[in-house]
Design a binder for this molecule. Structure first.
Ligand SMILES: [Zn+2]
Length: 81
């Protein structure tokens, strides 16, 4: 099952007539609510049909790249007297 959340951006296989192919998730449940990022049109699709149309999912809340070590590096300067 496709894991999407409200606020995610998905790319669908079929481009919208307005030219955009990305949609923002606005509702998740038995039906998936989508809003076109191009023309702001809102549609609702049954989850099964939605999953078949999705080409890619972009999750803005999962930013790649863990933060590590930068805070510790400032402490590690040795003063050689
Ligand atoms: Zn559109």
């Amino acid at each position: 099952m496709l894991d999407v959340r409200v606020g995610d951006i998905v790319q669908l296989r079929k481009r919208h007539p307005c030219g955009a192919d990305e949609w923002r998730i606005v509702r998740v449940g038995a039906d998936i609510g989508l809003r076109c990022v191009g023309c702001d049109r809102r549609v609702t699709l049954p989850r099964r049909r939605f999953e078949r149309r999705v080409k890619a999912v972009r999750t803005p809340h999962e930013a790649p790249g863990p933060v590590d070590g930068s805070a510790e590096a400032a402490h590690g300067s040795e003063g050689g007297s």
